[in-house]
Design a protein around this ligand. Structure first.
Ligand code: SF4
Length: 357
């Protein structure tokens, strides 16, 4: 057995040179890497898979990230915003579908003031027992605190890449220094924190991905999202394509081994690399979360961070059925708890359904 795989089974952490070596593994060693990640996943977070209902409530964005179809200069995109009442109604539906968390996601859209968002969160909390995750980009610390006080439990803010040169090349109107700072602010306020990266960005190196994984560990994140770059024809990167599913799976596996008890989603973006097996394969190498959509296909089609494959645009009910079938097929089970951070609620507690006051 490769000495690094032995190290994984001994639950020792890797240094950056070792991560670079793991990312460069050939096929034979890669399967051993995947097996060791699955072993660590089972030991630290069990067989449960957490389902989070996703509501993409606005595709307006004031930023211009080069890889993203929601960028404000994409004039061809038909934009939509859900009303507060619609967001609340879809959240109720999210609970009716059996999900215990709702993820409210949008582009950076200041139309939704902190007052509007706080009222939405408060009403969701009154009408449901859902945990609320926000994924609405950069706001100031005061706003983060107000939203937390209104009842938001978790916040997802990807740092995208730890490489400053690459970050500045791809984010013309965002500051590299801000990203880590904001993640730390959110932590200080008390949110459970999710962050993550995009894999396959033009100019990204194996060394910078290894550094990303070191950051995952340093930041002690509760949730880590690793998604591939998917090209969108209405962006400055229209000609850049990325298809290396194996690299994405290796990063998930190494992240599981390094961070042990984090929540790691099998993202929908992974399905764009292998439409029928992408998410399943992610679940088999360390992932333990899926985020099914709750809004109808005609809206989801317009939430084009990347273009959506028609096969992925199902009605929420049939999407849920398909996910349940896949989970049963791989011998795992759907969690009954809210799926709070394992760092705060260790495995044995997280498996007991918790009532939310
Ligand atoms: Fe906006 Fe986020 Fe897309 Fe950047 S990545 S353009 S902030 S939605």
């Amino acid at each position: 057995m490769n000495k690094l795989i032995e190290k994984a089974y001994k639950e020792e952490k890797f240094n950056i040179e070792e991560i670079i070596e793991l990312l460069s593994f050939g096929d034979d060693d890669t399967q051993e890497l995947f097996d060791s990640a699955d072993y660590i996943r089972r030991k630290y977070v069990g067989d449960e898979i957490h389902l989070r209902g996703l509501i993409e409530f606005s595709n307006f964005c004031e930023r211009n990230c080069y890889y993203c179809g929601l960028r404000k200069d994409n004039k061809k995109l038909s934009r939509y915003r859900l009303t507060p009442q619609e967001i609340i109604n879809y959240s109720v539906k999210c609970e009716e579908l059996g999900y215990r968390t709702v993820v409210l996601q949008s582009g950076e859209d200041s139309y939704y003031t902190v007052e509007i968002l706080s009222n939405i969160i408060k009403e969701i909390k009154q009408k449901t027992n859902l945990a609320v995750t926000l994924c609405i980009g950069e706001r100031n610390k005061y706003e983060y605190k107000r939203l937390f006080d209104a009842g938001a439990d978790r916040y997802l803010l990807k740092f995208e890449t730890s490489d400053p040169v690459l970050y500045y090349k791809l984010h013309p109107d965002l500051l590299y220094e801000n990203r880590r700072k904001k993640i730390l602010e959110l932590k200080e306020i008390g949110y459970q924190i999710g962050s993550g990266i995009i894999v396959g960005l033009p100019g990204q190196t194996i060394n910078s991905i290894a550094q990303d994984i070191i950051w995952f560990d340093e930041l002690e994140l509760d949730m880590i999202a690793i998604g591939p770059y998917v090209h969108h024809q209405e962006t400055p990167l229209e000609n850049i394509k990325f298809k290396d599913l194996s690299l994405v799976l290796k990063i998930i596996a190494i992240t599981r081994i390094m961070t042990k008890d984090t929540l790691i989603p099998a993202t929908t973006a992974i399905s764009t690399l292998d439409i029928f097996n992408g998410r399943r394969r992610a679940l088999e190498v360390g992932a333990n979360v899926i985020m099914p959509n709750v809004i109808p296909p005609h809206l989801r089609e317009k939430y084009q961070i990347y273009p959506k494959n028609k096969i992925l645009l199902q009605e929420p009910e049939s999407q849920k059925k398909e996910i349940e079938t896949m989970i049963t097929y791989i011998g795992r089970m759907i969690a009954k708890s809210r799926g709070d951070s394992y760092k705060r609620y260790p495995l044995y507690k997280n498996m007991i359904p918790q009532e939310v006051s």
